[in-house]
Design a protein. Structure first.
Length: 345
């Protein structure tokens, strides 16, 4: 019984050596839902699901009802499966204590899964979540399903394309990630569309550009790149398109800020004699390694002083957006203009 990851959970599913309780959490929504489904598939006989499968949504559940079902003997089967989604354990020490009491003598005929998707299980900042994680790890398995690295996503894309009769080069798989983001479900959705259009054979960059829907992050990175190039017309064209698509100004500003922070980190790393790829050791770029490459490419002709000034401009706009009634779109337009001027500072 321990804190485990995807590899160990796969092994449990393969050998059917299941833990009595699971805490499933982490950054990757697709993987969490996928493995919860695999556990259900292995443990629930559909013929007796009405008797042996019990599912709860956190906001509508009570810990006493959950534990009562966990103690029920299975009907015409070997296992009762209790699935609890987004139960707010961090809100009640009493509920945590009740779970810990159950863990002292868990039912041998039940597998209970607490699955968190919309609620963040922050074991670094929250003592309660650390307590919950430790309790599950001691009694069963605490499974942290983190985002996959860019290399892992690239191989996943290639394998998925192959199943659909297509071939995608590694550099194009990485390019697709940079356009649509690192969310696995989004990648699969876009890849399915691209493969259907291609039919079979090699996927081209032209097809990706034609069909892939850019994430907000990718569109704002285009905006930032045009700002750094001093291309006012294209920068304002991208901004106008974002406004037309009803993107929230605060969300746009947040991505602009992340672009400039990435570039500032790269510049500082180089100034210290380090390789920008080492940034992954200090900051969370897992599955988003392309951000470092983009930052290194875009900041070559920009000074550290200019980036500092730009970050100050962005911070000032953020404060105004959150503390004044000034139209946020106007504030964002003014910010883009200031950043265009600041690039040569």
């Amino acid at each position: 019984m321990a804190k485990i990851g995807e590899k160990e959970l796969k092994e449990q599913l393969k050998t059917e050596n299941f833990s009595p309780v699971y805490l499933i959490y982490g950054e990757e929504s697709y993987l969490k839902e996928h493995y919860v489904g695999k556990l259900k598939e292995k443990l629930v006989d559909e013929a007796f699901a009405d008797f042996n499968f019990h599912q709860y949504e956190g906001k509508n559940a009570s810990i006493s009802d959950i534990l009562q079902d966990a103690d029920m003997l299975p009907m015409m089967g070997s296992t009762t499966f209790v699935l609890v989604h987004d139960y707010p354990l961090d809100k009640s020490q009493k509920d945590i204590d009740a779970l810990k009491e159950y863990f002292k003598d868990v039912s041998p005929s039940c597998v209970m899964v607490f699955w968190y998707d919309n609620i963040e299980v922050d074991t670094k900042k929250s003592a309660r979540w650390r307590s919950v994680e430790t309790a599950f790890a001691k009694a069963g398995s605490a499974v942290n399903l983190e985002k996959r690295t860019e290399g892992e996503l690239t191989r996943l894309i290639a394998a998925s394309a192959k199943k659909r009769g297509c071939i995608i080069a590694p550099d194009l798989a990485r390019y697709l990630i940079s356009l649509v983001g690192s969310d696995i479900q989004t990648i699969f959705s876009e890849l399915e569309k691209i493969c259907a259009y291609t039919g079979e054979g090699n996927i081209s960059k032209e097809t990706i550009d034609k069909l892939a829907v850019k994430s907000l992050q990718a569109r704002v990175y285009d905006l930032s790149r045009f700002i750094l190039q001093g291309n006012s017309d294209r920068a304002h064209a991208v901004l106008s398109a974002l406004f037309a698509q009803k993107e929230e100004p605060i969300a746009i500003l947040a991505v602009i800020a992340s672009c400039y922070v990435d570039m500032y980190r790269v510049k500082c790393a180089k100034s210290a004699g380090a390789n920008e790829n080492e940034l992954g050791n200090y900051f969370s770029y897992k599955g988003r390694e392309f951000l470092i490459r983009n930052a290194a490419r875009d900041c070559r002709t920009v000074s550290v002083e200019s980036l500092r000034n730009s970050i100050d401009i962005i911070a000032d706009t953020d404060e105004k957006m959150k503390s004044t009634s000034i139209d946020k779109n106007i504030l964002l337009e003014e910010t883009v203009a200031k950043l265009l001027i600041s690039r040569n500072a």
